[in-house]
Design a protein around this ligand. Structure first.
Ligand code: HPA
Length: 237
């Protein structure tokens, strides 16, 4: 059974995807571009698409997660980039969120039916990520609340000042993916790279998007190690 990985563009070009075959699949919600590897038995969906240019508020989350379901994937690891809301959670750390907040509207499989899932991240997959990351010795935050904002803009200082009281990291996609996975009965957990302090957390620092992209590619080597080992562990399970 393949493991599903959904991530940003910085995973392209990693060992994870060596020898991967590209494919486009038609799902009732739209077309999904994905890569699959026989060697590691993974199906990777780059959430920003083949051309790496779909912004967070335009991602077809329903098609992406439904594609996993239709391809028989039962376990999904979401890899995301986040900003830190706490001084002690430093850039380059990895965070494995245990919960999330999403106060804005997010996509649902149940647009025409009265179904209400209870959200949650998969504890078994979370435990596996934490164990592997600890064995490798990366700087790790084992629990954290992920706050999802809509994007594509970054947050204002005032917004960060508010949400830092309730969450540990901020990003633009995990809550949508985790919720849809839950709706479809799939197991989903997340590992996030901390790529910046959120706007205003370090008062004198002005946040710019290219700083985030630079940091994300620097974290990639460690993340790659964690994911390679994690795939082995999950397949052996
Ligand atoms: N805000 C929202 N999303 C992000 C950030 C941020 O500061 N960093 C990486 N993704």
């Amino acid at each position: 059974m393949s493991l599903g990985i959904i991530g940003g563009t910085s995973l392209f070009g990693t060992k994870l995807l060596e020898g991967a075959k590209e494919k486009e699949v038609e799902i009732k919600y739209g077309t999904v571009y994905l890569l699959s590897t026989a060697a590691h038995e993974i199906i990777f969906i780059p959430r920003h698409g083949k051309e790496r240019n779909i912004p967070p508020h335009r991602i077809n989350y329903k098609a992406n997660i439904m594609a996993f379901k239709e391809l028989g994937v039962e376990k999904i690891i979401g890899v995301t980039s986040v900003g830190s809301l706490k001084r002690e959670i430093k850039p380059r750390f990895l965070v494995v969120p245990h919960d999330y907040i999403s106060l804005c509207s997010i996509p649902s499989i149940y647009d025409d039916e009265l179904v209400h899932v209870t959200p949650g991240l998969d504890e078994g997959l979370r435990t596996a990520i934490i164990k592997v990351a600890k064995d490798i010795g990366v700087d790790l935050v084992e629990n954290g609340v992920y706050f999802q904002t809509m994007g594509p803009r970054l947050e204002t200082r005032a917004e960060i000042n508010l949400i830092k009281n309730y969450a540990d990291v901020v990003g633009m996609s995990m809550a949508s993916e985790a919720t849809l996975a839950k709706e479809l009965g799939l197991r989903y957990a997340n590992v996030s790279t901390v790529d910046n302090y959120a706007h205003g957390i370090i008062a004198e620092e002005e946040l710019e998007y290219n700083m985030i992209v630079d940091a994300a590619s620097k974290s990639m080597a460690e993340l790659e190690k964690v994911l390679m080992k994690l795939i082995e562990v999950i397949h052996a399970d």
